[in-house]
Design a protein around this ligand. Structure first.
Ligand code: SF4
Length: 249
């Protein structure tokens, strides 16, 4: 079990997913997860017909910057900051020339602004010196950029380049993967490997956005709305969470 702290000092206990069985049982467990995920995706696609990032961007580079700013911050807040930011620094070269302190002030409201400013200036310099100012479109190259890990790379690849090289595991995908019994891990890279094993490749582009939409609207961190959840019949946490959260405001 994985425990997450809630507000006001209370704790919410998350299921860490089913522990994987062994031998034949392991194969059956895998088949069960594959079957369930297909159903889950089918239902979520009906519920959220336009799965896409909520971040506003015009170019792959703008999406890269916006995704870095979105770490530990809401997409709404990032969308308020980026229009002015991209007016002030209209090109990759302009970000490469930015002064650390000044950029920190420009993005201060997104939190963790020192690290984010350092990453953005660092990656802009690398893009200018090694890629002629363009954003590369492969996982191997993207994760070599400062401040870019698989989650950010997956968002950029799937949204800006329509390339399915993996599945972005953010806080929503992590939480829902545990609740839905799709992965017994808490580490994002391990969760991604589990998901890539069971989610059909044709759904990789949209899978993150479907779970993010559902996580924001229904399967919320503090109070999942289980009774009205469209995938409750496929969720091993339904009964437990219904009991746990009934009557809680
Ligand atoms: S039934 Fe509850 S825990 Fe399961 S996916 Fe739906 S909201 Fe989340």
């Amino acid at each position: 079990m994985v425990e997450r702290k809630r507000g006001a000092g209370k704790k919410i206990t998350e299921p860490a997913g089913k522990a994987p069985p062994s031998g034949d049982a392991l194969a059956r467990d895998l088949e069960d997860r594959k079957k369930r995920i297909r159903e889950i995706i089918k239902i979520l696609r009906k519920e959220y017909p336009r799965p896409r990032t909520a971040l506003n961007y015009r170019t792959p580079f703008e999406l890269l910057v916006a995704t870095i700013l979105a770490a530990q911050c809401t997409d709404d807040r990032v969308n308020k900051v980026t229009p002015g930011l991209f007016r002030k620094y209209p090109t990759v070269e302009a970000f490469a020339r930015a002064r650390q302190e000044e950029l920190e002030n420009d993005i201060r409201s997104t939190g963790f602004f020192r690290n984010k400013a350092r990453s953005i200036i660092g990656l802009a310099n690398k893009l200018v010196s090694e890629y002629g100012g363009r954003v590369p479109d492969s996982m191997e190259e993207l994760v070599e950029l400062p401040g870019v890990a698989r989650k950010t790379a997956n968002i950029v690849l799937s949204s800006a380049f329509k390339k399915a090289e993996g599945i972005a595991v953010d806080t929503h995908v992590r939480r829902l993967s545990g609740r839905l019994g799709l992965s017994c891990h808490d580490d994002p890279d391990k969760i991604e490997r589990d998901l890539m094993e069971i989610v059909p490749r044709s759904d990789w582009l949209d899978f993150n956005f479907l779970l993010v939409d559902h996580g924001r609207k229904v399967c919320q961190a503090r109070k999942p709305l289980c009774p009205q959840c469209v995938i409750k019949d496929l969720c091993p946490s339904f009964e437990k969470f219904s009991r746990l959260f009934s009557g809680r405001k």
